[in-house]
Design a protein around this ligand. Structure first.
Ligand code: ZN
Length: 307
């Protein structure tokens, strides 16, 4: 049995942290926590997350109908309760707009992997879900396939949704993802991004299994370990690809001698229908164009040097 007042205090505290870190401007973001079979405490609509008081919060049933509170519940509660119904172990849902993670969702750039151990252990593949108009059931339907496989997702042109057994854990994933995305962007600006080797990536994945963290990569054969492959089936729809970050293409249980650091056209052979080459049209087309530009520039330089 949860102490309702304590949960409300905690939601207000996490709201302050979200606001103070710049993850929710003005009235952005929403937070919820499931207190029993049929009741969820959530933030109201139209309120700054940085200045909430426990009495501002609402209680809804598992269909999103408001059953307590003087302020109107968040319009995005349907997404929260849909997630909680599908994943009963999830007690809390946090939605916010962390700028660096959200930027990846606007650029439709796959979140890089194999760069920091804590991130790979805690998150692994982070998907980017299609854009959908916020608020309705359609919005929830777009998110669901991804949130069934990952505790945090980036919503294209919107923000993040993260879940957990506690409010702190759900929030913490958003904070971790944003800090990571920021570090990735700074490293790229420095001019060099060095990924884990295949052995280092495998070592982390094995450790993750040992510690009881689930990672879909561990169950897939012939899967590229660092290319965010698990969700590649969705890339044609979302327009996500590797443009700013080119990951190494080695696979789990590859022969070490065939390791490749980079590839212009990474191929994924893991998961369902991934073998269908038409699925990567967007990414391949962009990669082909890039290759053509590089070739044209190289030809010109060689010609100029030859006098
Ligand atoms: Zn939002």
């Amino acid at each position: 049995m949860f102490n309702i007042h304590q949960i409300k205090e905690e939601i207000c505290d996490i709201g302050r942290r979200i606001y103070n870190r710049g993850f929710a401007a003005a009235n952005d973001g929403n937070i919820s926590f499931r207190i029993d079979e049929n009741r969820v405490i959530c933030t109201p609509t139209g309120i700054s997350k940085g200045f909430m008081k426990p009495e501002d919060l609402c209680i809804v049933d598992m269909n999103g109908n408001q059953i307590a509170g003087t302020k109107k519940r968040t319009s995005e509660i349907l997404l929260h309760v849909t997630i909680m119904k599908a994943r009963p172990e999830v007690k809390s849902v946090v939605h916010c707009h962390p700028p660096h993670a959200t930027a990846f969702g606007i650029a439709r750039e796959a979140i890089p992997q194999c760069l920091m151990p804590e991130v790979d252990i805690n998150m692994g593949d982070v998907p980017i879900a299609q854009y959908a108009l916020p608020g309705g059931q359609g919005f929830a339907d777009v998110i669901m396939p991804y949130i069934m496989k990952s505790d945090i997702i980036v919503q294209a042109n919107h923000g993040t949704v993260s879940v957990g057994p506690t409010i702190e854990r759900a929030y913490w994933l958003a904070e971790m993802l944003d800090a990571y995305c920021r570090i990735c962007l700074i490293a790229r600006d420095l001019g060099k991004v060095e990924y884990f080797t295949r052995d280092e990536a495998e070592e982390l994945l094995d450790l993750k299994q040992k510690w009881g963290f689930k990672d879909p990569r561990a169950d897939l054969e012939n899967c590229e370990l660092c290319a965010n492959d698990i969700f590649r089936d969705s890339w044609k729809e979302t327009g996500v690809g590797h443009r700013a970050f080119q990951p190494p293409t080695f696979k789990r249980n590859d022969d070490a001698t065939t390791q490749q650091k980079t590839s212009i056209t990474p191929k994924c052979t893991c998961g369902g229908n991934n073998n269908d080459s038409t699925k990567n049209t967007n990414t391949n087309q962009i990669d082909d164009e890039r290759e053509l530009i590089i070739k044209t520039i190289t030809d010109r330089v060689i010609k100029a040097l030859a006098g």
